[in-house]
Design a protein around this ligand. Structure first.
Ligand code: IPM
Ligand code: MG
Length: 355
């Protein structure tokens, strides 16, 4: 019996539409050789929504996302929106969407492709074999803490975590570790911040339910250093919202290109799947963006829908196409046999995914 999934597409700004279109191409290719079907609905979020609705997150986008089985999202933002007041900024739309969906757990795997070890700015022996997962808390911490205010002579934000918030994200990290190398590195700043002291206590508590998993704690400054020094020491990195934002960007460069890394935001009503990179307005519309991060995000989406065969097909196709030497412009200096456009890359992966 064929299964039908309702997918909300939020293409967004900049390169967003180009890369989401390629992910859809690949999803359709996979659908053609499996018993899965997709119904897509497009919604606006970010700058493009401000242009039309005067708000970065229209109610119909929220409703559309909530009525779907999953949300596939591209990217948002652009220089023309940078000077808008906070409630109109594209980023505000994304942050509110995460809250509306309740997706408190952001999973950001950083896995190096063997063919692309040279693309890392780090030495090959340091990065070969890196396979880590950042589990970032996504709907709390300093991003959302109250009170917050900008006054003429000062401004402040509040970093707050409740025991419940820490517990549920810690559980996600330990569950992930069970299916990996069974190691969790919890990253905090407990030598300075009370909120991190609580974080540590609660994580220790949750760890008691996972005796098979090794837990270590690391201060965030040290973690940033260790990520660059010896990234292979990490399996699962568990951390709060802002530290996870920073460390996941760093992790992306360890494995070569921010254009390769997908993410899944889960734990709420509907999962949100997006590349970790931004909207790259400087290259939008040129057909040179790398669609692989979004295509891999679609694969993470399929896994959460329990469509593992289809997800495997996508991941396999991406690996094969890279192995064959096809590269988008960002990776053109690394063993490229042929430099291809955004849509050529999508077509190649789609073709391999049907094999
Ligand atoms: C990310 C981005 C967002 C964040 C921005 C665009 C609000 O940097 O998804 O990592 O800080 O969470
Ligand atoms: Mg970020």
């Amino acid at each position: 019996m064929s299964k039908r999934y309702k997918i909300a597409l939020i293409k967004g700004d900049g390169i967003g539409p180009e890369i989401v279109d390629e992910a859809v191409k690949v999803l359709d290719a996979v659908a053609s050789v499996t018993d899965i079907e997709f119904d897509y609905n497009d919604y606006l979020m970010g700058g493009c929504a401000v242009d039309v609705f005067d708000t970065p997150l229209p109610q119909e986008t929220i409703n559309g996302a909530l009525e779907s089985d999953a949300v596939l999202f591209g990217a948002i933002g652009g220089p023309q929106y940078d000077s808008l007041p906070k409630d109109k900024r594209p980023e505000t739309g994304l942050l509110q969407m995460r809250k509306e969906l309740g997706v408190f757990a952001n999973l950001r795997p950083a896995i190096i492709f063997d063919e692309l070890t040279a693309a890392s700015t780090l030495k090959e022996e340091v990065v070969k074999g890196v396979n880590l997962l950042v589990v970032r808390e996504l709907t709390g911490g300093i991003y959302f803490g109250q009170p917050r205010e900008k006054l003429p002579d000062r401004a402040y934000n509040t970093m707050v975590y409740t025991v419940e918030e820490i517990k549920r994200i810690a559980k996600v990290a330990f569950e992930q570790a069970l299916n990996r190398d069974k190691k969790v590195t919890s990253v905090d700043k407990a030598n300075v911040l009370e909120v991190s002291q609580l974080w540590r206590e609660v994580v220790e508590d949750v760890a008691k339910d996972y005796p098979q998993v090794h837990l270590e704690h690391m201060y965030v400054d040290n973690a940033a250093m260790q990520l660059i020094r010896d990234p292979k020491q990490f399996d699962v990195i568990l951390t709060g919202n802002i530290f996870g934002d920073i460390l996941s960007d760093a992790a992306s460069m360890v494995v070569g290109s921010i254009g390769l890394l997908p993410s899944a935001s889960v734990g709420g009503k509907v999962g949100l799947y997006e590349p970790i990179h931004g909207s790259a307005p400087d290259i939008a519309g040129q057909g040179i963006a790398n669609p692989i991060a979004t295509i891999m995000s679609a694969s993470m989406m399929l896994r959460d829908l329990q469509e593992h065969v289809a997800a495997d097909k996508i991941e396999h196709a991406v690996k094969e196409v890279l192995k064959e030497g096809y590269r988008t412009k960002d990776l053109s200096s690394f063993d490229a046999k042929e430099v291809v456009s955004t849509s050529e890359m999508g077509s190649l992966i789609a073709e391999y995914a049907t094999k």
